[in-house]
Design a binder for this molecule. Structure first.
Ligand code: MBD
Ligand code: FE
Length: 300
């Protein structure tokens, strides 16, 4: 049965392309380039043509996310699965696929209203070494684990989102019970499709934007440390301080990006365990700092 294999790319709508270029390169260390289109910048994290497109059209939110399937056979099978489940989708034109730098593409919407794409055959520029936007000790963890993970808005119906992502081929479950000050218990839901412990999660509560955060991971601890120094020097808002998550056991911190939502900078995640567990807090750290980013959950 066809299943997605990785979170392959993201499109972000942004209002300040210059601020984004500086943040993505000088702080995060991604490679940034444009191809003269005038309305967008590309961010590179490995040998792919890009992993992130910054569209300068002003929404400051997630524009779309791209889930990969292995090849054309799996792409056909996925269409059959979606059709049988009664999930509406449209197969993109050749021009649209070319715009995304993929061989085939379909578009649909997840139950939270998040624009979702399923593709195969990304353009990989193996002739063009990854050139980080600032000096880096290593690179980004991508490969078969995709570019990272996202926490998405699914405020209407988390179970509908679970069914949707299960249909795409992800698996997962509730991994935390977090007691909130108001006596309620948050039960966030984490889903994976490869060794990355989770590629998508939801159920942290109501969200203003489609996306709460994007997490990406450095191969070297020193690159996370350097990013942390740069974030502190530039006085960028830190929503969650350095800490280690119980589920993926990555050392991470969360800071504001120029669109006012969060990037989670990480290092050292473990691979997904094969059986479900749940936790009541993180291992250490992740103390709340800057408020207003939808991350006021008690992980300590
Ligand atoms: C994560 O990556 C995360 O963002 C939260 C809130 C909890 C566990 C792992
Ligand atoms: Fe996260």
């Amino acid at each position: 049965m066809s299943a997605v294999t990785e979170l392959g790319y993201l499109g972000l709508s942004v209002s300040d392309l210059d601020a984004w270029r500086a943040y993505a390169t000088e702080v995060a260390g991604m490679e940034c380039f444009d191809e003269g289109e005038g309305d967008r910048l590309y961010l590179r994290m490995d040998l792919w043509h890009h992993r992130i497109v910054l569209h300068g059209n002003g929404n400051d939110d997630l524009a779309y996310m791209g889930w990969r399937v292995a090849g054309s056979i799996e792409f056909e099978e996925m269409q059959g699965k979606l059709h049988a489940a009664g999930v509406p989708f449209s197969v993109a034109s050749e021009a649209e696929a070319k715009e995304r730098r993929v061989l085939g593409l379909l578009k649909l919407t997840d139950p939270g209203g998040n624009p979702t794409e399923i593709f195969f055959g990304p353009q990989v520029d193996v002739h063009k070494p990854f050139h980080p936007g600032r000096p880096m000790f290593g690179g980004f963890v991508t490969g078969s684990q995709g570019l990272g993970h996202c926490i998405l808005r699914q405020d209407e119906d988390v179970s509908a989102a679970v069914r949707f992502y299960e249909l795409l081929g992800l698996r997962g479950g509730v991994e935390y019970h977090l007691e909130l000050p108001n006596g309620m218990v948050a039960k966030p839901y984490f889903m994976h499709c490869n060794d990355r412990q989770h590629s998508v999660a939801f159920g942290l509560g109501p969200m203003e934007k489609r996306i709460n955060h994007l997490m990406f991971e450095y191969t070297e601890l020193d690159d996370l440390g350097m990013a942390h120094d740069l974030v502190r020097q530039r006085k960028i808002d830190v929503a969650l301080q350095l800490g280690k998550h119980a589920n993926d056991q990555a050392l991470t911190f969360y800071c504001a990006n120029p669109s006012g939502w969060l990037w989670e900078f990480g290092w050292g995640a473990r691979v997904a365990p094969s059986q479900q567990e749940y936790y009541t807090r993180d291992i250490f750290g992740h103390g709340n700092e800057a408020a207003g980013f939808g991350m006021d959950v008690p992980l300590q």
